[in-house]
Design a protein around this ligand. Structure first.
Ligand code: SF4
Ligand SMILES: [Zn+2]
Length: 132
């Protein structure tokens, strides 16, 4: 069964800088945040909040999301033609997805289902063209 701490408040999605994000992107941020919490709880010394490394990853992911060139037409990052993450961060988020992905269905079934729907329904866009 999901524990109380697995459902603890998801804070990055409530930071002032994310308030202007479209609701779908805020949900995506809640999903990333939930996955990082699960990952940190299983891999790192977790004491009620994520460790500094995972906090840095969460902050980085929130910044990428906020500056995503596709805006509200953003595909899931897995289907993105750009992949804007720095290689080291991309590897970290991959590890998070691999470990936390299967737990999401148990701990956060709504976020999980919505993520799969996005992956299925939102076609990967072409790269945004540069102005001439
Ligand atoms: S990886 Fe692609 S979809 Fe994800 S934030 Fe970066 S540009 Fe946007
Ligand atoms: Zn951690």
């Amino acid at each position: 069964m999901p524990t109380r701490s697995s459902r603890e408040s998801l804070s990055a999605s409530r930071q002032p800088e994310t308030i202007g994000l479209p609701s779908r992107l805020r949900r995506e941020l809640r999903t990333i945040e939930a996955m990082i919490h699960i990952y940190c709880r299983k891999k790192h010394p977790y004491q009620g909040k994520v460790c500094p490394d995972c906090q840095e990853l969460l902050h980085y992911a929130a910044c990428r999301l906020e500056h995503c060139p596709f805006g509200s037409n953003k595909p899931t990052c897995a289907r993105c033609p750009i992949h804007c993450y720095r290689p080291a961060m991309r590897e970290k988020i991959r590890q998070v997805m691999r470990l936390a992905g299967p737990w999401m269905l148990l701990y956060h079934p709504y976020l999980c289902m919505r993520h799969y729907l996005d992956e299925w329904l939102i076609a990967p866009p072409e790269r945004p063209r540069r102005e001439a």
